[in-house]
Design a protein around this ligand. Structure first.
Ligand code: EQ3
Length: 322
């Protein structure tokens, strides 16, 4: 039987535990725009007591510089309006430009705005703002998450801001810019060992990703292969996966620990591997507990891999189907 992405998405589904991240984001989405901005400020400053992101390099900040310069020159009311537009995904000039930014440029933009807020150059909370009880509910839900889950909530809210440019025609796209490289925080491990797993495609995948060697990683996929990032739809085909990896997978440190491999009657293999991933934004200070679910075709190529955020550290050992 031919492999399909739809059936691949369900492999090991009965070993999965629902993550608390989407529920927290759903609570956030219900807040008014001013409450969302206030929540982000409180959550970020609270988190900053224990973990802080690394400052983005000059090259990355340069991509956001023109917007930041405009905002710095604005009176307070206008600054607040820009932030409301971003949170509202409004079709306003700055929100539209932001909508074209890559994920990491969006994060760098907010990182810098956060610094300007700490310096008192930009106002964090709209003047006369009264906090609604809903903010406290989302903050309490956030406190219960582990640091890896907290930074995922923050990241996803930042990614979802700005005007949705996906439906605009290619003629409106700004000139594509090369993603600046992240400096690696740890030397990549050259020989990967995963308890219970010897599948060459999987070991080579981790090795290539830990060296930012995306050409090598892509060559391990079938031409119609797919990669499904956490809480997203599968990204299909070499070209789309390569674009995604260059934008979002640079500088990651992947530390798979254990896994299982199940041979299928058609010669394909299904593997589930759990371990920890570090992002260059937080380096060794935050480990995200994740799972990779691989479907390897009979020729040893990756047909599908899903990356899932785990609900709890206990789930790291939750490999068997029940
Ligand atoms: C200024 C302030 C505070 C207030 C204002 O009102 C609003 C906002 C938004 C503010 C600023 C907020 C800021 C600066 C937030 C910054 C958040 C950051 C830097 C978050 C970074 C998170 C990074 C994460 C969660 C990365 C996760 C990566 C993973 C899980 C990668 C997995 C992958 C693997 C393992 C693969 O094998 C394939 C690729 C893939 C990438 C999917």
């Amino acid at each position: 039987m031919a492999l399909t992405i739809q059936s691949a998405q369900n492999i090991f589904s009965n070993t999965q535990v629902p993550s608390p991240i989407p529920a927290t984001i759903a609570l956030f989405d219900q807040l008014s725009v001013d409450d969302q901005l206030a929540y982000l400020w409180y959550a970020y400053t609270e988190m900053g007591k224990t973990i802080t992101p690394a400052a983005p390099g000059a090259a990355r900040l340069q991509l956001a510089e023109s917007l930041l310069t405009q905002i710095k020159k604005m009176p307070q009311e206008e600054q607040t309006q820009v932030m409301r537009d971003l949170a509202n995904r409004a079709d306003a000039p700055i929100s539209r430009s932001y909508g074209f930014f890559s994920v990491n440029t969006k994060l760098a933009f907010w990182y810098e705005l956060g610094e300007l807020m700490k310096q008192g150059v930009v106002t964090p909370i709209p003047s006369g703002y009264q906090m609604s009880p809903g903010v406290q509910v989302v903050l309490e839900a956030t406190k219960k998450l582990d640091p890896g889950q907290q930074i995922t909530v923050l990241r996803n809210t930042v990614v979802n801001m700005g005007f949705d440019t996906s439906d605009l025609g290619p003629s409106s796209y700004p000139k594509a810019v090369e993603e600046p490289a992240f400096a690696r925080t740890a030397p990549s491990i050259s020989s990967v060992k995963i308890d219970g797993v010897t599948e060459p495609a999987v070991l080579s995948y981790i090795e290539a990703m830990n060296a930012d060697n995306f050409d090598k990683a892509i060559s391990l996929f079938t031409p119609e292969g797919a990669l499904q990032p956490p809480f997203q739809k599968p990204i299909v085909g070499h070209k789309a996966i390569a674009k995604y990896m260059r934008e979002e997978a640079q500088g990651l440190n992947m530390m798979p620990k254990q896994g299982i491999c199940e041979d299928q009657p058609d010669g394909s293999k299904q593997l589930k591997i759990t371990g920890v991933v570090q992002t260059p934004w937080f380096g060794v200070t935050v480990g995200m507990n994740i799972a990779w679910r691989f479907l390897i075709n009979p020729e040893g190529k990756i047909f599908f891999v899903a990356i899932d955020m785990l609900a709890s550290p206990e789930e790291l050992l939750n490999l068997r189907r029940v």
